[in-house]
Design a protein around this ligand. Structure first.
Ligand code: OGA
Ligand code: FE
Length: 269
């Protein structure tokens, strides 16, 4: 399956007529209740392996980076190895890959397909932060004063997505080339949790969007994904992504296990 130049697969979008999509998470459930029916589109998803080194974080919004880890196949985001082993590795990786002066690691999400109680792959084209929720998150994490100082320089939000078991066969991650996503396609979407409201973008379909995935990602590779950039100089800012069901997946393929690490990168003025 990794030799085909592209595949056709279904992706869930927000219907163009829905102005204010909303997802509600009720206590004790990991399933969101949405205020709309997703629009399912069959989309051409290019095999990024064909020109793997072409994709750059600041241009396309995503970049595949070879990177091995001493972290094993943990299943709990609170596992002590994540703070002790994984975070220092990710800090070094991001500084080397982006030239960031400082890296703030603030969240790890482990997703296991079929997981009953925990997080699972997401079937919804989305971007994790918005123009407003990204700076708000920085301020929540480091306080208003330090946040204001950081925004004198450049601030970027980057996810580091890695298989915890490899190679990934079922439910890989598709990413949209940030240059092909119009602001109109990005719908502010409220994520309503008990006691907290988050804001992300959910994506409306457009034929201009170009999708890519990297077949059979291994545990020695990460996908960097840009969720926000304070710079408005033409570089990537928002990079929609989603899990998808690859039509060629074998019925006995192992469940996808992945970890995504959320970070802010700070560049001095
Ligand atoms: C992410 C994300 C979904 C998935 O890394 O931000 O949305 O299915 N991942 O891994
Ligand atoms: Fe996401």
């Amino acid at each position: 399956m990794s030799n085909y130049p592209f595949t056709l697969a279904d992706i869930n979008f927000v219907p163009a007529g829905v102005r204010s999509p909303e997802s509600r998470y009720v206590e004790g459930s990991t399933e969101a209740v949405k205020n709309y029916e997703p629009e399912i589109r069959s989309v051409r998803i290019a095999n990024g392996r064909v020109e793997q080194d072409l994709f750059k974080l600041d241009t396309h919004g995503f970049e595949l980076v070879p990177h091995s880890t001493a972290l094993g196949a943990v299943e709990d985001a609170a596992h002590p190895d994540i703070a002790e082993i994984y975070e220092p590795e990710i800090d070094r990786l991001l500084k080397a890959a982006t030239g960031a002066d400082d890296v703030l690691i603030f969240d790890h999400t482990i997703r296991i397909a079929g997981n009953r109680n925990g997080r699972r792959p997401v079937f919804q084209a989305h971007n994790d932060y918005t123009e407003t929720s990204a700076p708000q998150r920085v301020a929540q994490l480091i306080g208003d004063k330090d946040a204001a100082r950081r925004f004198d320089g450049r601030v970027a939000q980057v996810n580091v997505w890695r298989p915890l078991k490899g190679p990934v066969q079922a439910l890989p991650l598709a990413v949209a080339d940030a240059r092909t996503v119009d602001p109109y396609d990005l719908r502010k979407s409220a994520l309503v949790y008990p006691g907290r409201v988050g804001e992300t973008y959910h994506l409306t379909y457009s034929p201009r969007q170009r999708w890519t995935y990297f077949p059979e990602m291994t545990t020695d590779e990460v996908l960097l994904l840009k969720g926000y950039d304070s710079a408005t100089d033409g570089r990537s800012r928002f990079t929609p992504h989603t899990a998808f069901e690859h039509p060629e997946t074998r019925a006995d393929a192992p469940a996808r296990h992945s970890i995504e690490t959320r970070t802010f990168l700070f560049f001095n003025a």
